[in-house]
Design a protein around this ligand. Structure first.
Ligand SMILES: NC(=O)c1ccc[n+]([C@@H]2O[C@H](COP(=O)([O-])OP(=O)(O)OC[C@H]3O[C@@H](n4cnc5c(N)ncnc54)[C@H](O)[C@@H]3O)[C@@H](O)[C@H]2O)c1
Length: 261
C-alpha cells in the first residue's frame, strides 16, 4: 500500500472543507506549507501563494491545488491577480533584527507591505464573495509579537500589532455576513525563519545554537520547546470548524506561556 503524501498521523480536528477554496500565503515553507497541506487533507481546494516558485509548485503538486508565484511586497501586482477564497490564511512573513537607529527605512516599509498591507489587499478582495456566500474565514498568522514587543524587531512588531487591529475590524464588519476573522499567535515555531535567526545569533554571540535556543528564544516561554508548524496548522483548521463559529475578533495564543508573564 502506498501512503499518500497528504497522510498525517496527528490530524485531530475533524472538519470537511470539501467545496471550499483556501488561499494560503507563504505556503512554500514552514507554517504556511503545513497549513496548506492540512487544509487540503480536509478537502479544501488550496491556492498556495509564495515568492518561491519551486516550493509553491511542490505544495500545489502535493495538494492537487493551484500555485501562485507572487511577491506580496508588490501590492499593485498582487491586486492585479484578483485573488479571493472562502478561507484566507495570511501567513507570509519575514523578520529583520536591528536597533531602530540602524533599521533601513525601506526594509521597514517592505515588512509592513508584506505582513500588513498585503493581508489588507487580500482581505479586501475576498470579502465580497464571502459576503455573497454568507460564509468566510479570515485567519491571520500573527505572533506573540502581535501582543508583546521585543527590542530590535520594530517592523515585525509594528506589522503584527497592526494585523491584530485589522483582524478585529474585519471581525466587526464581517459578522453580519457569516465571516469570522481571527489571529493565531505562535511563540517560536520550528521553521526556516527561526532556524536562520538561531544560526545568526549563535554566530553573532559565539555560542552554540542550543544555547541560543535555551537562553534567548525560549527564555520567556514556560514550556521549553519550539512549537511545531503542524500544531499551528491544526489551530487554523479549528478556526474553520463549526465549534469555532462564534469565535471572531480574537487571538488564539500558542506561545508556551510566554505572554503569561
Ligand atoms: N517561526 C516562528 O517562530 C513564528 C512565530 C510567530 C509567528 N510566525 C509567523 O508565521 C508566519 C510564517 O512564518 P514561518 O516561520 O513559517 O516562515 P518561513 O520563512 O518558513 O516561511 C515564510 C514564507 O513566506 C514567504 N514569503 C516571504 N516574503 C514573501 C513575499 N514578499 N511574497 C510572497 N511570499 C513571501 C517565503 O518565501 C516563505 O515561503 C510569518 O508571518 C511569521 O511572522 C512565525
Amino acid at each position: 500500500m502506498t501512503t499518500s503524501p497528504l497522510a498525517q498521523p496527528h490530524d485531530t480536528v475533524q472538519v470537511d472543507l470539501t467545496g471550499r477554496t483556501a488561499l494560503v500565503t507563504g505556503a512554500g515553507s514552514g507554517i504556511g506549507r503545513a497549513t496548506a497541506l492540512r487544509l487540503a487533507r480536509s478537502g479544501a481546494h488550496v491556492i498556495a501563494v509564495d515568492l518561491k516558485e519551486e516550493a509553491v509548485r511542490e505544495v500545489a503538486e502535493i495538494t492537487g491545488g493551484d500555485a501562485v508565484v507572487a511577491d506580496l511586497s508588490d501590492l499593485d501586482a498582487l491586486d492585479a491577480l484578483n485573488l479571493s477564497a472562502d478561507i484566507l490564511v495570511n501567513c507570509a512573513g519575514i523578520q529583520h533584527v536591528r536597533p531602530i537607529e540602524d533599521f533601513d527605512p525601506e526594509k521597514f516599509s517592505q515588512i509592513l507591505r508584506i505582513m500588513l498591507e498585503a493581508p489588507f489587499r487580500l482581505i479586501r478582495r475576498s470579502l465580497p464573495s464571502m459576503y455573497e456566500k454568507g460564509w468566510g474565514r479570515i485567519i491571520n498568522v500573527s505572533s506573540v509579537h502581535g501582543l508583546r514587543a521585543s527590542e530590535f524587531k520594530s517592523a515585525y512588531v509594528s506589522a503584527k500589532h497592526g494585523l491584530e487591529g485589522l483582524s478585529k475590524v474585519v471581525a466587526l464588519e464581517g459578522a453580519a455576513h457569516g465571516v469570522t476573522s481571527n489571529c493565531v499567535n505562535p511563540g517560536y515555531v520550528r521553521t526556516p525563519l527561526v532556524d536562520k535567526q538561531v544560526a545568526d545569533q549563535a554566530a553573532a554571540h559565539g555560542i552554540s545554537e542550543n544555547e541560543v535556543l535555551e537562553k534567548v528564544f525560549l527564555d520567556k516561554a514556560a514550556l521549553k520547546r519550539l512549537v511545531e508548524s503542524e500544531e499551528i496548522a491544526e489551530m487554523v483548521l479549528f478556526l474553520c470548524s463549526p465549534p469555532a463559529a462564534s469565535m471572531t475578533g480574537t487571538s488564539l495564543v500558542v506561545d508556551g506561556g510566554w505572554s503569561a508573564h
